[in-house]
Design a binder for this molecule. Structure first.
Ligand SMILES: O=C(O)CCC(=O)C(=O)O
Ligand SMILES: [Fe+2]
Length: 321
């Protein structure tokens, strides 16, 4: 395995390549005081009560808790912009105690684009709200696997909004890993091998654990294996991100099977590095909003037979490049 070079401080956002959206460049912050609030929107730019508004980072490069925002109320353009900036910088945002209705959860997510419709409806799902209910024995739960959502699609989700409706008495955390940090810390030799490579993504290996062939067969026509770059460029920040995951990435294009397997193992292991991760302990009514272009996540299955109910909406994304 390659030696890791963990930076002591947050890596500043790189300048975007020509053609990237300029207004989306992340301005440096660097003025958070401890765990609470430091950034206030200018007076009069929103109806939300901004005295409480703040962004409290939870890790070096990934994860921040946003305070003082009521997601059930419509976002003003200024607040949407502020939250987008925070999302680009911290990759997953947490909002405590929101208790959103499904409709409010959809409405919040729609500030970032169309919602994805779910191709595999389970009991309790609506067309665009996926319900993960650990208590229902027939409902598969996507746990224990590091993944980026739906990379078997030509256009994987841009992001997702997840709310916990019911939490187990202990455990049930979710973890996210920063794929920009993971890329930055690869050796130059590995980066040279993957910088222009593409890889095949396929839903079968990831979903085979949860669904029988009778459910999967009809989807094979809708979602044939698709190729994505192994390293994608974030469309808003211009940063390079590692874009393979152990759930759906099956092969690096044009490589011998053994070489591809070995390289994919090394690349997928980057999500396991604690320095690239944040771990969130839920209370019922908490919401997470992640940038699916820049992260992987993992739901920790450490709560036995206890009930855990989560609902997710996903926002349609672009074709990775
Ligand atoms: O239940 C969780 O914590 C995460 C489940 C998941 O993978 C998702 O919502 O995409
Ligand atoms: Fe997921």
């Amino acid at each position: 395995m390659t030696a890791l070079h963990i930076p002591a401080t947050t890596t500043p956002a790189q300048a975007p390549p020509p053609g990237a959206l300029r207004e989306a460049v992340i301005p440096g912050h660097g003025f958070y005081e401890g765990r609470r609030i430091l950034r206030r929107l200018p007076e009069g730019r929103s109806e939300q009560p901004y005295e409480q508004f703040g962004i409290a980072p939870l890790g070096a490069t990934i994860g921040a808790e946003v305070t003082g925002v009521d997601l059930s109320r419509p976002l003003t353009a200024a607040l949407r912009e502020e939250l987008n900036r925070a999302l680009l910088e911290w990759k997953v945002l947490f909002f405590r105690q929101q208790h959103l209705t499904s409709q409010a959860q959809r409405d919040f997510a729609r500030n970032w684009g169309e919602l994805e419709t779910n191709p595999l409806l389970d009991r309790g799902d609506s067309e665009d709200v996926v319900r993960f209910d650990k208590s229902a024995a027939t409902t598969p739960t996507f746990e224990n696997i590091w993944h980026t959502d739906v990379t078997f699609r030509e256009r994987p989700a841009m992001g997702a909004v997840l709310q916990l409706r019911e939490v187990p008495p202990h455990g049930g955390d979710t973890m996210w890993a920063d794929m920009a940090a993971a890329y930055d810390n690869l050796s130059r030799e590995v980066r040279e091998r993957i910088d222009r490579a593409t890889a095949v993504h396929d839903f079968i290996p990831g979903f085979r654990r949860f669904y029988g062939p009778e459910r999967l067969a009809p989807l094979q026509q809708q979602f044939p294996p698709v190729e994505h770059p192994v390293v994608r460029t974030h469309p808003e920040t211009g940063r390079r991100m590692l874009f393979v995951n152990s759930s759906f990435t099956t092969r690096i294009t044009g490589m011998e099977r053994a070489e591809s397997d070995e390289l994919l193992r090394l690349l997928c292991q980057q999500a396991h590095v604690p320095e690239f991760q944040v771990r969130f302990h839920w209370r019922a009514g908490d919401v997470a909003f992640w940038d699916n272009r820049a992260t992987q996540h993992y739901a920790v299955a450490d709560y036995g037979d206890a009930r855990r109910v989560a609902e997710r909406v996903a926002i349609a994304g672009d074709r990775p490049y």
